[in-house]
Design a protein around this ligand. Structure first.
Ligand code: IPE
Ligand code: IPE
Ligand code: MG
Length: 245
């Protein structure tokens, strides 16, 4: 931890890091193990990355845990992922709360399919338990799709307009952002994707407008403090221009 603090210049750290944790399946396959084995290992990697983010003073960490498209996977894999989710929240909640972490869920919790009632309850409980916390904000994107999020915001605004509560001609970017799951949070500064895939896969389409991208071949279960530090050092060397000269 001391070492990381020494190397990482606080001034050059991103405020908001987003991670597409990808490659669990391939990691397991390389070991001739079922995909679920990779997901289990992925949870361990996540635990370390949350810990380190908190220690070095990242303000917002958003992780992609399950997309609206991931329901297409086999019932067995989805079931295993939902099992891990429940286990994670049961085991980790108090520890995260002690660390002053504020948990938010990006995505449609109540729109999760039948059979996930226990998960839905655990998610609501985690949000509620940690909502007053002032440390790291941990956004967990779950049953999340960037397009769905934008559509949901548009619907909400359209409804307000129809009800005479808002004037659509006066709609600002800031007002629109209030309708997103990430309302009140800064945009993503740094987007990390593991496993070498060069795509967004419907993640944070709005919030990544000016994010710096970092893609590594490392598979998610192998992502650790060292590889995270490498990524953050790469970020520190980026020249962010936001359209300026
Ligand atoms: C990411 O790993 C975890 C989730 C999508 C939940 P994958 O399961 O996508 O692993 P690969 O991409 O098949 O290797
Ligand atoms: C994105 O990974 C979703 C998560 C990491 C939760 P996927 O593995 O689902 O993305 P694609 O299918 O390769 O685009
Ligand atoms: Mg994948």
């Amino acid at each position: 931890m001391q070492q990381e603090k020494g190397i990482l210049d606080k001034e050059k750290l991103p405020r908001h890091v987003a991670i597409i944790m990808d490659g669990n399946g391939r990691w397991a396959k390389k070991r001739n193990m079922p995909r679920t084995f990779g997901h289990k290992a992925g949870v361990e990697a996540l635990r370390e990355i949350i810990k380190m983010s908190d220690e070095i003073g990242i303000e917002y960490l958003t992780i992609y845990a399950f997309s609206t498209e991931n329901w297409k996977r086999s019932a067995e894999e989805v079931g295993a992922l939902m099992g891990l989710l429940l286990e994670y929240f049961t085991k980790e909640l108090e520890e995260l709360h002690r660390k002053n972490v504020r948990i938010r869920i990006l995505g449609d919790i109540d729109g999760m399919p039948k059979g996930t009632e226990r998960q839905q309850l655990a998610l609501h409980r985690a949000i509620d338990r940690t909502k007053e916390n002032t440390g790291l904000t941990l956004n967990i994107a779950l049953n999340y799709g960037g397009q769905q999020e934008i559509l949901r915001a548009a619907k909400s605004i359209a409804l307000k307009a129809v009800n005479g509560e808002a004037d659509p001609t006066q709609l600002t970017k800031e007002a629109f952002e209030q309708e997103l799951f990430t309302h009140d949070e800064p945009p993503v500064d740094f987007l990390i994707r593991t496993s070498g895939e060069f795509r967004l896969s419907n993640f944070l389409l709005w919030q990544c407008a000016y994010a710096e991208f970092y893609i590594t071949d490392v598979l998610w279960p192998d992502f650790n403090r060292d590889t995270y530090r490498d990524a953050l050092l790469a970020y520190a060397g980026r020249d962010r221009r936001f359209g300026g000269a």
